[in-house]
Design a protein. Structure first.
Length: 561
């Protein structure tokens, strides 16, 4: 894995100060704690790179811990997908794989401890009644009529909740803090609820499950986490994080420090897992790993590299202020990576037949193209030229516009890596559509030979021999949404789905591309960067996805390819 330059940020400053004061004895222990209720998306990559990156840079440890406290929405599929994505990004948790469900027994014991200390009680109000008594930002909440139950009564009810005597929603366990607190999160939050649901790891052992705010801080403490990094939406939850650990002082091994940073907001994307699930379950996309999705499985299938994602997170940095990152920043990171590492190949996406009238009928001629123009050590490959070739439709214009330097009647261009040709005639069908064009070539202008550059032409177009090119499926992917902020405003975010985000075509490829391995990436000259699909592509029968264009052309894309 390549090493990126280390950028300073406020979290590093906190860790540096902690190390200077000896607060944690020089230890740095972080964690990445996803809930297994969906696939990770590009926003999670920022947290992954931050947590694992800091641990690596400071010689510490980063845990992967699944917050699996809501079995209604969780599944082993998501656990496996999350593990795959973290590994794909280049990070390894080693022996430090944990689950919140590992601590269910301890969490239950801590809940009983709070009840015995008079810091928690069983509430029998409905969820709506609890909500009505919680108050607002401007008005304090009101105490539940069950708030003053005795310790004995609370313990009895809580143990019977665990035993499965009550239906879902009959009771909850709440922390007893302050219903008049200006921070709504401190107004006696629910810390346990009844759910008679099968858990993907613990089966039917439990029918009560702890809430995130109660589980998370205790899990951090049990794992000896030093710096608990989370996004800004949890800033108002920090008081509760600290309150729980303060009540358990002496019961848990340490009190980690929660530190908040700004989440990633990326244009032309939705970052809500609920909305991503809606796209998948509504069949607006072809699953979690659809290359148009901003899930890590999706961008991987699209053709993004782990190096480009890590470069992206390094470039956007870490701050305390929310902001929007333009999609072009992510796309440029991929271009920068693939420009350096991708082999060059030729594909003709919209073919037009070109016949070289004065080229011998059965003759084949070897032309040589570099595998990478800036890396001569990568060598060259052979392109065979024959009498009939395919060029791009866009490279011919019967009535050329001003500034058009490609092929037109009477005009000359160079067939890239080969000869200069001149258009002498056009053949059309009965509907007036161009079927083929006829040219003559100048045999003294072969690229790479002495004297070949004595005659200059402005146009230089790519081509493939009709005799040797092979057809393959190409998927032209673009941004899933046509609006930079699809979930802003009152409109349904799906209203902004881009109708041209996926187009499937059959194109001509140079024959060497048929040996491509799944996930092998190439630059198709003039078209962009493409990847052999990791699921559908096989050597001998490739399927290519467009990862990104050669430059930002989003403002010009208004119609189908």
């Amino acid at each position: 894995m390549s090493t990126l330059p280390i950028s300073s940020n406020f979290i590093r400053s906190i860790i540096d100060e902690d190390n200077q004061t000896g607060k944690w004895g020089g230890r740095v222990e972080t964690r990445f704690p996803p809930e297994p209720n969906g696939y990770l998306h590009i926003g999670h990559a920022k947290s992954i790179c931050l947590n694992f990156g800091l641990a690596k840079d400071y010689g510490g440890i980063c845990h992967l811990r699944f917050d699996d406290t809501n079995p209604e929405k969780e599944a082993q599929e998501y656990v496996d997908a999350i593990c795959d994505s973290v590994k794909w990004l280049g990070f390894d948790w080693g022996a430090h794989l944990y689950y919140a469900s590992d601590y269910f027994e301890q969490l239950y014991e801590f809940a009983e401890y709070l009840i015995k200390q008079g810091k928690a009680y069983v509430d029998s109000l409905t969820a709506d009644e609890i909500r009505q008594l919680r108050g607002t930002l401007n008005q304090p909440g009101k105490n539940s009529p069950y708030r003053d139950r005795t310790t004995e009564e609370n313990l009895d009810l809580f143990r019977r909740m665990r035993a499965g005597e009550f239906p879902d929603g009959a009771h909850v366990l709440r922390a007893k803090i302050d219903m008049t607190s200006p921070n709504i999160n401190m107004r006696d939050p629910v810390i346990y609820r009844i759910r008679h649901i099968h858990h993907h790891r613990t089966g039917d052992k439990w029918c009560i499950y702890p809430m995130y705010d109660f589980t998370h801080c205790i899990s951090d403490a049990l794992e000896h986490i030093t710096h608990s990094l989370c996004t800004l939406e949890f800033e108002d939850h920090r008081s509760l994080y600290d309150w729980v650990l303060d009540q358990l002082d002496g019961q848990v091994p340490c009190h980690p420090q929660q530190i908040e940073f700004a989440r990633l907001n990326l244009t032309y994307c939705v970052m809500s897992k609920r909305k991503l699930i809606e796209l998948v379950e509504g069949h607006f996309v072809d699953g979690w790993d659809d290359p148009r999705m901003n899930t890590l499985a999706g961008v991987r299938r699209r053709g993004y590299t782990p190096e480009s994602i890590r470069l992206f997170t390094e470039r956007i940095g870490i701050s305390k202020a929310d902001s929007w990152i333009d999609m072009t920043v992510l796309e440029d990171c991929l271009r920068d990576d693939l420009n350096e590492h991708a082999l060059r190949r030729i594909a003709v996406l919209k073919p037009l037949k070109l016949v070289i009238d004065n080229f011998p009928e059965d003759h084949e001629e070897e032309c040589y193209a570099p595998n990478h123009p800036q890396k001569p050590e990568w060598g060259k490959r052979v392109l065979l030229l024959s009498k009939t070739v395919y060029i791009e439709q866009d490279d011919f214009m019967e009535v050329p516009s001003k500034g058009y330097f490609r092929l037109s009647p009477g005009a000359e261009v160079r067939l890239r890596y080969a000869y200069i040709v001149k258009c002498v005639s056009v053949v059309k069908n009965s509907q007036g559509e161009i079927e083929e064009i006829h040219c003559i070539y100048d045999p003294d202008t072969k690229s790479g030979t002495a004297g070949a550059d004595s005659r200059k032409v402005k146009g230089n177009i790519h081509w493939l021999s009709a005799k040797h090119a092979q057809t393959a499926e190409i998927r032209i992917y673009d941004r899933l949404f046509s609006h930079p902020y699809p979930d802003a405003g009152d409109e349904d975010f799906k209203f902004h789905l881009n109708p041209y985000s996926k187009q499937t075509i059959t194109a001509y490829l140079e024959s060497s591309l048929f040996d491509a391995q799944p996930e092998q990436r190439f630059q198709f000259e003039r078209h962009g960067y493409f990847v052999a699909d990791c699921l559908d592509s096989k050597p001998g029968k490739p399927v290519f996805n467009r990862a990104v264009t050669l430059r930002d052309t989003w403002g010009k894309i208004t119609k189908k390819v």
